[in-house]
Design a protein around this ligand. Structure first.
Ligand SMILES: [Mg+2]
Length: 439
């Protein structure tokens, strides 16, 4: 059923629509369109100059049109006269191949052609900082092990409750909120759903958390490692794959084959095999910033653990590995961080997993050790990239993954990310001066 956005406005008292798309760097861009003009925009799309965003276009490109997907519309809970709607980018009637929501929709279509529907949930951790972004907003939040600190979570109750109430009203099925493992860090969990629904909600969640936090005088950040020495912002993804009849294709009790390790079916093991095979290349997308590599290759934090992997390993219900299989029928990818683009994150998980299914990939040996204490004993598993440049090189070298994600997308992504790396390395740091001046 297609929602008529003009009718939606009339029924709900919506005065403006925010037609929103996400660029390659995860930035959300929007036009505010009055309800009186939405009927035409729903068909034609809102016009943008693509060059002005991170999509690798030139000023000479024709107008890019962002066509709203009415299935994604959300009346903004803290500003009810405005509705947010995710859009698909087109130019002259053709989908923009590198636009992240289009990249994900293509992967979903490919999986559907093989009879699969990927469902995911994300754990989008964030910090609440002072408005200038330099300090944790709560000066009393200083415990060495602050995870689940009930005193500290209640000092930010007004922010957490407001966001959770909105998720309840929107029907996302939120079920728990907590203070996380770093001072000033929080996590809120809501139900898993189809990958595109989760990607749209993940985008809206970031917008919502930032907006509500600003209204309370704080600055929310999803930056992978915003505070040196503390646990970083992960964005763990929980993944399951379902067949056409709605059965969990990852679970062993679905009758598709012999029972596997940890309740993972043969198909589940192959999907996991694809993730393991492409992990170092995937990092360019799941950990897409210079700062990302200060989280996944971090030394021990103040709390005692980084909660982030540095090696491509998988395990059962053990959080020290890149992949955790907590129970039958699903697994958790602990690699992604808060900088991951919500659409590209889901797209690369599906692309890598489906390649594993096609090639019947083997996930390899399972490790049941504490990777934080005994990681040095693992000799036959690849290390995750040490920095963004290594990750970009790994992605570029993975011909199968770059082709599956789309040649146009991969070219544009690598070009813009290499520019970002060049900008970083041309920047002179205080560290360099301190370590080199008197050499
Ligand atoms: Mg967490």
């Amino acid at each position: 059923m297609t929602t008529d956005l003009a009718e939606f406005a009339a029924e709900r008292g919506v005065k403006y629509f925010m037609i929103s798309f996400t660029d390659l760097f995860g930035g959300q861009r929007a036009k505010l369109v009055p309800a009186q003009a939405i009927a035409e925009m729903q068909v034609e799309g809102a016009g943008f100059a693509g060059f002005a965003t991170w999509l690798d276009m030139t000023p000479a490109h024709p107008d890019m049109l962002a066509v709203p997907d009415p299935a994604s519309v959300i009346q903004i809970p803290w500003k009810q006269e405005v509705a947010w709607v995710a859009a698909n980018c087109t130019i002259e009637g053709e989908e923009v191949a590198q636009a992240p929501r289009n990249v994900l929709r293509r992967q979903i279509k490919e999986a559907a052609a093989l009879g699969f529907n990927v469902k995911t949930g994300v754990e989008a951790e964030y910090f609440l900082l002072t408005p200038d972004g330099t300090a944790i907003s709560d000066p009393m939040d200083t415990a060495e092990k602050p995870c689940y600190d009930q005193q500290a979570v209640m000092r930010r109750y007004d922010v957490v409750r407001e966001i959770c109430d909105y998720m309840l009203d929107l029907g996302w099925g939120p079920y728990q909120n907590d203070h996380e493992d770093a001072n000033g860090q929080f996590e809120m969990n809501w139900d898993f759903a189809d990958a595109l629904v989760t990607a749209d909600r993940h985008s809206f969640f970031k917008f919502m958390v930032k907006s509500v936090s600003e209204a309370h005088g704080f600055r929310a950040t999803f930056m992978p490692k915003p505070v040196e020495g503390l646990t970083g912002n992960g964005c763990h993804a929980h993944i399951s794959v379902w067949d056409k009849d709605g059965n969990n294709a990852f679970a062993t009790d679905n009758g598709t084959g012999p029972t596997g390790e940890l309740g993972l079916s043969e198909q589940g093991a192959h999907f996991l095999g694809g993730i393991m095979k492409h992990a170092t290349a995937m990092a360019a997308i799941t950990n897409p910033t210079v700062n990302s590599y200060k989280r996944i290759n971090a030394p021990r934090t103040v709390s005692g653990a980084t909660w982030a992997p540095n090696t491509v390993t998988w395990s059962g219900n053990n959080r020290t590995h890149m992949v955790r299989v907590p129970g039958p029928g699903r697994f958790e990818l602990r690699l992604p961080d808060g900088a991951a683009n919500p659409y590209l994150l889901q797209a690369v998980v599906i692309a890598a997993g489906m390649s594993g299914l096609r090639s019947k990939a083997d996930p390899g040996k399972r490790y049941d050790i504490d990777m934080y204490a005994e990681g040095h004993t693992v000799e036959d598993a690849p290390k995750l990239p040490l920095n963004l440049l290594d990750a970009l090189r790994a992605y570029e070298a993975d011909a199968e993954l770059t082709a599956t994600m789309g040649a146009d997308f991969s070219r544009a992504f690598l070009k813009l990310k290499r520019q970002e790396w060049d900008s970083f390395v041309s920047h002179f740091s205080r560290w360099e001066r301190e370590h080199t001046l008197d050499i």
